[in-house]
Design a binder for this molecule. Structure first.
Ligand code: DAH
Length: 378
């Protein structure tokens, strides 16, 4: 029978303590290996090491731990516990291996060798089925409506340059229209010219420019995406939100096409009894511009708290593409000649539409990741 001698602890330096416990651990591992998985030998090993009266662990407690000066007791105790955990776990493994060996079932032996290995015999954890987030669902629904009218789908970068987000869309530097979109800018851009400075896009409209630069007319495209503004969060504002942008350019596109398209889209989205009306508005990149209102989906237009007793809810911005916007892409795509083509554009907030459709009163819920909220959409 192997006879492990517990070495002498020379001093209490961390190095000496490590050495002391490592060599004891090595002795245990060696003895265990010598048992060859034979149940009787492992039982002897167990008594020799963790036996209550004369086990090695007991004698380490008696000869080393109890006699050590108070200030090193904690350092000793930590290392002793690590050794004990190692030996306990190894013994548990060795004796279950021994049982498996003696009954002849050797196949799971390898899998149960180490403490952190996977027990393939345990039942699994069934992952819940995922569903679309209400925002994604709403965005897909809006995009789907336009796809069925022949629109393609595009995307663009969330980190944009000042040029695409503002200048090409006819927001000149220092123009007050920029104030309507409080912008989050990327730091340390001052060395660049204003047009190249990076910012988080405040709307999806820059993708209109990117799309026209890449492809000649005719265009029919919708662009869903995330946008950012430096707005304080409250029940109806979030510094992150979502928009779906639309752009249609061809010969002879008129304001009637815009009205017909958006009226149809709103009826698809909210039901065929919904009415639309167009109010004059201003956006630098459209002329004329309009705000689209729909008859209140909560009261049917009679007037209620939700529509501030007006019977109407303002939902999106739109207009005929301003010729100066076409001018900013003509260098790359000469086909955008305002004498030959015309177009309309629109942009809508997805979050607000999702909140109306699903009766969500706080926009923050859409970004909280709270399962109690999200599970309601499963
Ligand atoms: N980009 C505008 C905003 O975020 C919304 C918008 C208005 C987009 C009119 C358009 C448009 O394409 O024609 O406030």
């Amino acid at each position: 029978m192997p006879n492990t001698e517990i070495p002498k602890l020379e001093d209490y330096s961390p190095r000496s303590l490590d050495h002391f416990f490592l060599s004891i651990k090595a002795s245990y591992d060696k003895e265990e290996a010598q048992c060859g998985g034979i149940p009787e030998k492992i039982e002897e090993l167990r008594i020799r090491w963790v036996g209550r009266k004369q086990g090695h662990l007991k004698s380490i407690v008696e000869t080393c731990l109890k006699t050590a000066p108070a200030e090193v007791k904690s350092a000793l105790g930590v290392r002793f516990n690590q050794l004990k955990v190692h030996i306990d776990q190894a013994l548990a493994m060795a004796s279950s291996d021994a049982t498996i060996l003696s009954t002849g079932y050797t196949t799971v032996r390898a899998a149960s060798r180490t403490a952190d290995s996977i027990d393939i015999t345990l039942p699994g954890i069934r992952p819940g089925l995922g569903v679309e987030h209400p925002l994604v669902r709403t965005m897909n629904e809006i995009v789907g409506i336009f796809q069925r009218m022949g629109y393609s789908v595009g995307v663009g970068p969330e980190v944009e340059t000042d040029y695409y987000n503002f200048e090409a869309l006819n927001f000149p530097p220092d123009h007050p229209a920029r104030d309507t979109q409080d912008t989050l800018v990327v730091a340390k851009q001052e060395h660049k010219s204003l047009r190249d400075r990076l910012l988080l896009r405040t709307h999806t409209s820059p993708v209109q420019i990117r799309t026209m630069e890449r492809q000649p007319p005719p265009i029919r495209i919708v662009i869903p995406g995330k946008v950012h503004r430096n707005d304080a969060a409250d029940a109806t504002h979030s510094p992150i939100f979502h928009q779906v942008e639309g752009l249609c350019v061809d010969e002879n596109i008129t304001f009637s096409d815009l009205k017909g398209t958006l009226d149809h889209a709103m009826k698809e989205l909210f039901g065929s009894s919904v009415k639309t009306r167009f109010f004059p508005s201003f956006f630098p990149f459209t002329e004329p511009s309009a705000d689209v209102q729909i008859s209140c989906i909560f009261c049917g237009g009679k007037g209620c708290r939700k529509c501030k007793h007006s019977g109407w809810i303002e939902l999106l911005g739109c207009g005929m593409v301003d010729p100066v916007v076409f001018d900013s892409v003509r260098g790359k795509q000469p086909g955008y000649d305002p004498k030959k083509i015309s177009g309309f554009a629109f942009g809508m907030g997805v979050d607000r539409i999702a909140m109306m459709k699903y009766g969500i009163s706080d926009i923050g819920l859409l970004y909280s990741g709270d399962m109690r909220f999200l599970e309601q959409f499963a």
